[in-house]
Design a protein. Structure first.
Length: 257
């Protein structure tokens, strides 16, 4: 029924985008993709230091090296379970209707979007899209956010919800993309429940698995003219990656892994 409708995925070059691409390619006939290259570490760190300060960023670096990398190795079995639970499968590469760009804000991106003339744009894992580009989108753009907005904007919404003893707001949101950071109108949300086998590196996979179900429904609702929006009920806050000391504190006092 919606085979003639065109979907454009604007994605970062990471696992979650490959999973989203694979899922959408199996369910929708006309899928296009523009994939943004990864930033170099030096560019990423300079931008992060400018925003958060060098002390916080050093703490985040130690957290990544001493906590995240070991957890990734420790969690391989649990990740396989989540892949099976939600039928997740990453795509292996770019296809005929895909292209790679250095930045999602390159002028060529808007030119390509105008050529494709999509009926809906899906954003996943890109850097912040400029106001100029968003304002030139020819159709609605929606995003799967790993957190309950607006209370847990930014990154690692389930981790921060658990760290704040707020499990009822551990979840995922489908929202319209606007010029803010995860501030767009809410389409749907669902709570993600973690197990004692989960940790910082598996929470995002649980959120992605649950979010894909909502994403597919949102796309079909849009195509069918039944897409609706919900009012935000929480206060708004932007969250960043934890530092090593923050993680240790929440691990000791909250048991959050």
């Amino acid at each position: 029924m919606n085979d003639h409708k065109k979907i454009l995925l604007l994605g970062g070059n990471g696992l979650s985008t490959r999973i989203v691409y694979h899922r959408l390619s199996k369910r929708f006939a006309s899928l296009y993709a523009i994939i943004e290259e990864r930033e170099t570490w030096s560019v990423f760190l300079k931008r992060r230091i400018k925003k958060l300060g060098i002390i916080k960023v050093i703490g985040q670096i130690f957290f990544h090296g001493l906590i995240v990398l070991p957890l990734m190795q420790f969690s391989k079995k649990r990740k396989r379970e989540i892949f099976s639970q939600f039928d997740l499968e990453p795509d292996t590469g770019l296809h005929e209707n895909s292209m790679a760009v250095k930045s999602i804000n390159d002028p060529i991106v808007i030119e390509k979007i105008k050529q494709i003339n999509p009926d809906i744009i899906i954003v996943n894992g890109t850097r912040i899209i400029s106001r100029k580009n968003i304002n030139q989108f020819p159709c609605i753009a929606i995003n799967t956010h790993a957190g309950i907005t607006p209370k847990y904007r930014g990154v690692h919404g389930t981790y921060w919800a658990l760290a704040n003893n707020d499990p009822e707001n551990s979840g995922v949101t489908i929202h319209q993309v606007d010029v803010g950071i995860d501030t767009g109108k809410i389409i749907s949300q669902t709570v993600v429940k973690v197990t004692n086998k989960d940790n910082f590196t598996t929470y995002p996979l649980l959120q992605l698995g649950a979010g894909l179900i909502l994403l597919e429904k949102a796309i079909n609702d849009h195509f069918n003219g039944t897409l609706e929006f919900k009012a935000a009920e929480n206060t708004s806050k932007l969250w960043y990656h934890p530092t090593l000391l923050e993680y240790i504190k929440h691990r000791v006092f909250r048991g959050v892994r």
